[in-house]
Structures are given as C-alpha cells and as structure tokens.
Ligand binder design. Structure first.
Ligand SMILES: Cc1cc2nc3c(=O)[nH]c(=O)nc-3n(C[C@H](O)[C@H](O)[C@H](O)COP(=O)(O)OP(=O)(O)OC[C@H]3O[C@@H](n4cnc5c(N)ncnc54)[C@H](O)[C@@H]3O)c2cc1C
Ligand SMILES: NC(=O)c1ccc[n+]([C@@H]2O[C@H](COP(=O)([O-])OP(=O)(O)OC[C@H]3O[C@@H](n4cnc5c(N)ncnc54)[C@H](O)[C@@H]3O)[C@@H](O)[C@H]2O)c1
Length: 448
C-alpha cells in the first residue's frame, strides 16, 4: 500500500477543518480532508443548526414527521454548501475514519470499504470534535433529561413545548454550567419551572431499569439536600451530561500526541500539540465547546501558519487573545447569554461591583410582553471596565453581543450608561442596567 503525501492533512470536517481546507488550497498547497460521517461536522448536522429547526411558526397541531423533514432539508442544504465549496476549491475529500499510524501519517478505513488509504502530510490538523446526540420522530410522553447544562435546557424546553412531560435531573445544586452566574441560573430555574418542567437539583441517578409492566425505563434517583429516593416512569431518556472527545479511535499513541485524562488533546495557546507539525482545533482540545470558538481556531491557524499575502497583522494569534471575550448563547426562550471569563476565574482577593436589573424594566420587553429574565454586569472598579455580562431575555444573545463589542473596545460602564440607543429597542437596557441594584462583591474563585 503506497502512502499519498500532502502539504496539509485535515482530520474531521468540523467548524475549523472545512474552511481551513479551502484556505490552504487557495494558497496553492495540496490538501486532503478526511471525514467519517457528514461534511460540515456536528454543528450543521446534529447540533446548532439542526436543533434550531423544530418549528416553522405556522403550525398549531404539531406534525413531528413534517418538522423533522424540514430540519433534514435545511441541514442537507447547509451541508451541500460546504461540500460544494470543498469541491470547487479542489480539496481531496476522503470519506472514512482516520487513525494515526505514525507522527504525521494516518490510515483511513473507507466507509465504502476496500483497501485502507494511507496518507501523510507536512502538517496535520485534528478537528474531530466530540460525540453526537440522537434524533426523535415522535414527541415523548415523559422525557427524562439527565443533565441541566446547555443541551439539557434547550431540549427540555423544546420537548415541553411540543407537549411532552419533562423532568430534568441535575447533579449539581443549580442549572447551567460551572462558569455561569448562580443568580441567573436561579432565574432560569424559575422560568423553566413556570413552563411546567420538573427540575430535580442535587440529584443523582441510582439505576435505570425496565418497568415490569410497560418495559419502559424506570429511573431511580436520590434527590435534594436530604437525598430522598424518587422513581420516575420515563418514556424516553436524554443523556445530556457533557460530551466525550473523539480521540479514542484515533490511535494518538502512534503519533505520540498527548491528551488529558479526559481524552482531550493538550495544546499550546497557538493550538500546537506536543508533536511538531500537528495542530488541534475545535472541541477535541476541550472547552469552551462552541462553533464560534472552533471557527476562531481556524483563524488562529490561518493567520499564524498560512497568512494571506495581503494580511496586515503579522503577530502570532493565540487562544489567550480571545479568552476575556468568549461569548455563548443558550437558545432557550428567553435566551441565556453570557460573555467574559468564568466568574470563578476572577481574582479572589478583589472586590468587584455588580449591577443587575429585571428584564421587565426594559420598555421593549413590556411592549412585546416578554418580561421574563434579568441582566447582570460585573465591573472592575479600578478600570470601570465591564469584565463579565450575563442576560436572560428573548434577545439576550444580541444584547450580549453589543456588550461584547464594548468590552473588546475597552469602553467603561459609563460609556454604556450614556450611549444614545434607539428607542424603543432592547439595547436601551444598556442605559438602564446601571440604575439597577448595585453590589460590591467578591465574585472570584468561589464557584466549583
Ligand atoms: C445539540 C447541540 C447543539 C449545539 N448548539 C450550539 C450552538 O447553538 N452554538 C454553538 O456555538 N455551538 C453549539 N454546539 C456545539 C458545536 O456543535 C460544537 O462546538 C462544534 O460543532 C465544534 O466543532 P468542531 O470543529 O470541534 O468539530 P465537529 O463539528 O464536532 O466535527 C467533527 C467532525 O469530525 C469527524 N470525525 C470524528 N472522528 C473522525 C475520524 N477518526 N476520522 C474522520 N473524521 C472524524 C466527525 O464525523 C465530525 O464530522 C452544539 C452542540 C450540540 C451537540
Ligand atoms: N447554544 C449553545 O451554544 C450550545 C447548545 C448545545 C450544546 N452546546 C455545547 O455542547 C457541549 C455539551 O453540552 P452539554 O449540555 O451536554 O454539557 P454541559 O457540560 O454544558 O452540561 C452538562 C450538565 O450535566 C450535569 N451532569 C453531569 N453528569 C451528570 C449526572 N450523572 N447526573 C446529572 N447531571 C449531570 C452537569 O452538572 C452539567 O450541568 C458543550 O460544549 C456546549 O457548549 C452549546
């Protein structure tokens, strides 16, 4: 079996690998992309896009088959766009599973069968992501969701609105993630409870067994501060307890690439692994696991290794540059959005100032009858700059992006207070939040 050599080999067609492939090819280098499932990765095929397409606003009676078909059509069209771009650029695409057999050498087991393909390259980029979730063709009668993080909350509300009884089992004392503000997590708890979702906090699964009569899953938990036992009769179970990196089948030892104990690939701030010429992009290097982070990994690699001849900035870009401004939006209704480093990572010794207010103070919220939620900003009193901002509101993601731009531009909270924003829009809240509750607090280092 002969080995085909390329300038660049990209493993996984994730949010970074696909644009990187076409970029490197545009510079006249040879590129091969290996993908074992679908072009465009989980974001398009199973994640961000596909989970936002479950309603078209027009239906009153829900036809799950129709809704699922609409989702499939849009996903196919998005994926088709990426496939076309790769084809037009002239990137070699190999459909199969890659595993390392040497430092910058892989074998690919082709999906269609036949002889294993042997590939090598000057540079290898690993963009294989983490594991996917499942797709349902019917509304469950009782969905038990294990995990109260982003996926748990988005799916719980989705299926509750489609008519399912939903119970969330969350191991920790609150919803959302460790990096999120507890006060906003509590606010989200109230909203989802109001929507009819049962939420069991401090809850651990004891066992899941088939019910003797129905053969459906019977979930046994220990719940709450007193850890009382509870049994739930489920029709379906969604496990949303985090995701596992797809490194177990990559045979990384053959290349000598180091991982953490959780299987994530260890990287430098410029995304290099411990092996020269091998880089890692996207979720497989560990959190934060977002499409926009993976895409920025592409920009880092592009600007450092493959700068366009006309590129103005020549300095090395790193993951540390973006760290103070990483945003996320959880697509519940209302949304939960946040930007800035996790509060726990802020200095323990320092007193910060927080300003908060309910979403019901926003004129636009009252006019549209969308008043659920709250906003909170954390200020460094030495610089008056915003270090962290979180919001729960129907347009929280958009509000947060405006604050993110202010943070990136180094503006102070007074610039936001005195900014002239069009009335009556959601962004007016950035004038008003500073008139809300003011607290001086030690927010750093307290959460685990
Ligand atoms: C339900 C859900 C909803 C989400 N919603 C959002 C959202 O709204 N916003 C957001 O920012 N993020 C969201 N995410 C997270 C987002 O999908 C990921 O952060 C993003 O897809 C990460 O991309 P990636 O570049 O790491 O690669 P991925 O998109 O994970 O793609 C990796 C690719 O590698 C392939 N692969 C794996 N192993 C091999 C191998 N051995 N050989 C060849 N190919 C291989 C896989 O088939 C896959 O196509 C969501 C995730 C999920 C699960
Ligand atoms: N809108 C978005 O940006 C979006 C949407 C969906 C997914 N994602 C990404 O997908 C990835 C996975 O999301 P996720 O929600 O699965 O992970 P997560 O880490 O956000 O949440 C997992 C939750 O499950 C809980 N948990 C863990 N083990 C448990 C157990 N045994 N019993 C009960 N609870 C348990 C944790 O306490 C945590 O709150 C993340 O990287 C996330 O950023 C992003």
């Amino acid at each position: 079996m002969s080995t085909k050599h390329y300038n660049a080999l990209i493993l996984g067609s994730g949010q970074a690998g696909t644009p990187l492939a076409t970029h490197i090819k545009s510079l006249g280098q040879s590129v091969c992309l290996v993908e074992r499932a679908h072009i465009a990765g989980y974001c398009v095929n199973e994640g961000c896009t596909s989970t936002r397409l479950w309603g078209d606003g027009a239906e009153v009676k829900i036809d799950m088959e129709k809704v699922r078909q609409r989702k499939r059509d849009i996903v196919t069209s998005f994926r088709g766009g990426s496939e076309k771009r790769l084809e037009n650029a002239g990137v070699d695409v190999v459909v199969g599973s890659a595993r390392f057999v040497g430092t910058r050498e892989v074998d690919v087991t082709l999906n269609k069968g036949g002889e294993v393909r042997s590939l090598s390259a000057d540079k290898v980029f690993v963009n294989v992501g983490c594991r996917p979730i499942q797709e349902l063709g019917q509304v469950p009668s009782h969905l038990v969701v294990i995990g109260g993080g982003v996926i748990g909350l988005e799916f719980s509300q989705l299926f509750r609105r489609l008519g399912a009884k939903v119970t969330i089992i969350q191991r920790g004392p609150r919803l959302l993630g460790k990096r999120d503000d507890p006060e906003l997590a509590e606010c989200m708890y109230s909203i989802l409870t109001e929507d009819g979702i049962d939420i069991l906090l401090n809850s651990t699964i004891q066992h899941i067994s088939p019910d003797t009569d129905t053969r459906l899953p019977l979930v046994s938990t220990r719940t709450g501060p007193d850890q009382h036992e509870k049994e739930l009769k489920a029709s379906h179970i969604l496990i949303a307890t985090g995701r596992t990196p797809n490194t177990d089948t990559l045979n990384l030892q053959a290349a000598g690439i180091k991982t953490t104990s959780t299987g994530h690939i260890i990287i430098t701030p410029s995304l290099a692994t411990n092996i020269p010429g091998v880089y890692t992009l996207g979720d497989v290097k560990g959190g934060p696991g977002f499409t926009h982070v993976s895409y920025d990994d592409f920009r880092i690699v592009r600007d450092n290794l493959y700068p366009h001849p006309n590129q103005l900035s020549k300095s090395v870009r790193t993951t540390e540059d973006r760290a103070p401004f990483v945003p996320s939006t959880t697509f519940t209704d209302p949304q939960f959005a946040t930007v800035g480093p996790p509060l726990a990572s802020l200095s323990k010794e320092k007193t910060y100032v927080t300003y908060s207010m309910p979403t019901s103070w926003i004129a636009r919220g009252l006019e549209t009858d969308e008043t659920r939620g709250m906003l909170k900003a954390v200020i460094d009193p030495e610089t008056d700059k915003i270090v962290n901002f979180s919001a729960i509101a129907v347009e929280a993601g958009e509000i947060m992006c405006v604050v993110q731009m202010a943070m990136m531009g180094g503006l102070t909270w007074m610039d936001s207070r005195d900014g002239v924003f069009a009335h009556p829009g959601w962004i007016e809240c950035l004038n008003n939040v500073w008139g809300g509750e003011r607290r001086e607090v030690r927010v750093g280092g307290e959460r685990t």
